[in-house]
Design a protein around this ligand. Structure first.
Ligand code: M6R
Length: 617
């Protein structure tokens, strides 16, 4: 239950658990948050269980009801199964099973798999698997081997994406797992082992972990782990050390994860910047092992990501184009491959993802790699699918992000993209060494400035209390302020359930200004007055909305008093180079959304309908 609680942020519309003891399987399920399952479990948990599987759900097929909650069981109750992902040929398999007399107890795609496993296990002609079952012998070992064979024969028929965990009363101390495209890690303990979709689930017990690759099956008992390749052969174990301390994944004294994570940004950005320069003062990205000659030959960069990650990519575009003079496109991962993009061996893909498990982004990089492009991943989770499948990985060091609304991931992604942009400028000779050092020095000043903005947070929190009845908020920005406007609006939609839109400030008069009438809150991100032309344009945009009755909330640089007469509320940020401003201007928007959600009595960390990592397309 502790492990499930740590992963609850990934899906929380229902939860369930199956436990195995000598008597058979006990399955308990509850709709809603994990606390409801905890309650059910306190009355009915078997005392002598030796293995268990659990699941928190984010509904794809079938409403979030008890009957659709995982684990799903075979008709005879001997097999239980949890699943992440989508079985794309479920309809076909369901029809086939119905013909053999199976009646279904849920509306999920998952349930077909457990019935197929029962059928395969009981089938006389099942191809045997005869590998070792750690700590088991006799009947139990034979049952476990049979289960491996059954699972392998079933997964061969599945289309789509899955991580599956299977428990059976035939071999009570054994858990089997299989994965295709969805995440799965194994944790290695002392006389206990763990399986999870994220190492966070078991990091308080062990930091030793195993990678499980595509189309592999893992057999896990308390005594050991066996990894089986697609051809049935036992594979060497690929062990690694999980590198975050378990306390970084707890709230500590903060009321919510989101508040904790907002305040962790100075550290996250500083950690992301740390140790990037070599003794000669050159940027040295050890993780980017793409040959420099290849980086010099690229003629286009395409940045892919979803939600907040894509907005980080939009900020990065301004910097990379400016520094490297390479065309940069930013594309939502979910749209990328469907528009038949022009991708060649000279295209560099930058895939941004906090979790490293977002299915849309995984599919985007696979599509690009098929066309011969190289992929650099900017990810926060070492060992994740995106980091493993990419040609190079630039890690953000935000630490685990638990709140569904991304905050520190955004600022760390922007920072990592700046580092990548400067690295490319160095490799391609667009900037001199001293210029790169200068850019890096100024970037290294940013964490302290983020702290200054955080220290001023009380003003923003106070303002949030005045906005509790707002039903719509408009965000405006220009240049790098535009993606910040989009990100601010996303935060408000996501956790406050308030309709919010971010617009390019100059675009407003081409339509959206019709939305503005008396009292409409409009939040404007104002660029530094040192970029006078840009600044004056935004000032004019503020006046346009104000003239139509808008309530204007302005984020402006310290000392920029030209905004005072047009702003009902002003939040200040310290001066930084124009391109770095998003790292500061986004902070008040994060604090605002977080505080407003609290004022409205909403669940800040686990907003409705959402899940932290979206592992289905
Ligand atoms: O894990 P990823 O960075 O790939 O996730 C991408 C988006 O799902 C994510 O940024 C989402 O938009 C956030 N919840 C927004 O706050």
């Amino acid at each position: 239950m502790g492990g499930l609680a740590r992963l609850e942020y990934r899906g929380y519309d229902s939860a369930g658990i199956a436990l195995a003891d000598k008597e058979g399987l006990t399955v308990l399920k509850a709709v809603g948050k994990l606390a409801n399952l905890d309650e059910a479990l306190s009355d009915a948990a078997p005392q002598d269980a030796v293995a268990g599987i659990g699941h928190t759900r984010w509904a794809t097929h079938g409403r979030p009801t008890r009957r659709n909650a995982h684990p799903h069981t075979s008709t005879d109750g001997r097999f239980a199964l949890v699943h992440n992902g989508i079985i794309e040929n479920a309809d076909l398999l369901r029809a086939e099973l119905r013909k053999t007399g199976v009646t279904f107890a849920s509306d999920t795609d998952t349930e077909v798999v457990v019935h197929l496993i029962q059928r395969a296990y009981d089938h006389e002609e099942l191809l045997e698997w005869d590998g070792e079952v750690p700590g088991c012998e006799g009947e139990t070992a034979r049952a476990a081997q049979r289960l491996v064979a059954a699972l392998r024969s079933v997964t061969a028929r599945l289309q789509g994406t899955y991580t599956l965990l299977v428990l059976s009363s035939e071999a009570p101390g054994v858990i089997l797992a299989a994965r295709r495209s969805s995440p799965l890690v194994v944790g290695l303990g002392e006389d206990e082992n763990f399986l999870a979709s994220d190492a966070l689930a078991f990091v308080e017990h062990t930091t030793r972990a195993l990678e499980i690759d595509q189309d592999q099956v893992a057999l896990v008992t308390g005594k050991g782990v066996v990894v089986i390749g697609h051809d049935g052969r036992v594979l060497p174990l690929k062990e690694y050390e999980v590198d975050f301390a378990s306390d970084r994944a707890t709230k500590g004294s903060w009321p919510t994860f989101m508040e904790k994570e907002i305040h962790e940004q100075p550290r996250g950005v500083a950690d992301t910047l740390a140790d990037r320069m070599d003794a000669l003062g050159r940027l040295a990205l050890d993780e980017v092992r793409i040959p420099e000659s290849l980086l010099r030959s690229i003629d286009k960069i395409i940045i892919v990501g979803c939600g907040t990650a894509s907005y980080a990519g939009q900020v990065a575009r301004y910097a990379i184009e400016h520094w490297c003079r390479i065309p940069v496109e930013v594309e939502l991962s979910s749209e990328f491959r469907y528009r038949d993009p022009v991708v060649t061996e000279k295209t560099l893909i930058v895939a941004i993802s906090q979790s490293g498990e977002t299915m849309d982004t995984i599919q985007a990089i696979r599509h690009a790699q098929e066309q011969g492009a190289k992929v650099v991943a900017v990810v926060n989770t070492p060992g994740s699918t995106i980091s493993r499948e990419s040609d190079a990985v630039l890690l953000t060091h935000a630490g685990p992000e638990i709140a569904v609304a991304s905050t520190k991931a955004f600022t760390c992604q922007v920072t990592a993209c700046f580092i990548l942009g400067l690295y490319l400028a160095q490799v391609r000779g667009n900037k001199y060494g001293d210029e790169i050092v200068d850019y890096m020095d100024k970037l290294e000043d940013v964490p302290a400035k983020i702290q200054e903005v955080l220290n001023r947070g009380e003003n923003v929190r106070h303002f949030a209390h005045t906005m509790k009845d707002a039903s719509s908020v408009i965000y405006l920005g220009r240049h790098v302020g535009f993606p910040v406007a989009l990100e601010g609006a996303l935060k408000l939609k996501e956790i406050c359930y308030i309709h919010a839109e971010g617009f390019a400030a100059g675009e407003l008069k081409h339509g959206p200004i019709a939305l503005v009438d008396e009292g409409q809150p409009v939040i404007v991100i104002v660029p530094t007055p040192r970029r006078l032309e840009l600044h004056n344009k935004v000032l004019a945009n503020i006046q346009e909305v104000r003239a139509r009755g808008a309530h204007t909330i302005v984020i402006a640089e310290d000392g920029d008093h030209s905004v005072d007469e047009f702003a009902d509320v002003v939040f200040r940020v310290p001066p930084v180079p124009t391109l770095y401003a998003p790292l500061l201007t986004v902070i008040p928007l994060q604090i605002f959304a977080c505080e407003l959600a609290k004022v409205k009595g909403l669940d800040v960390d686990q907003p409705r309908n959402l899940a932290k990592s979206v592992t289905v397309e």
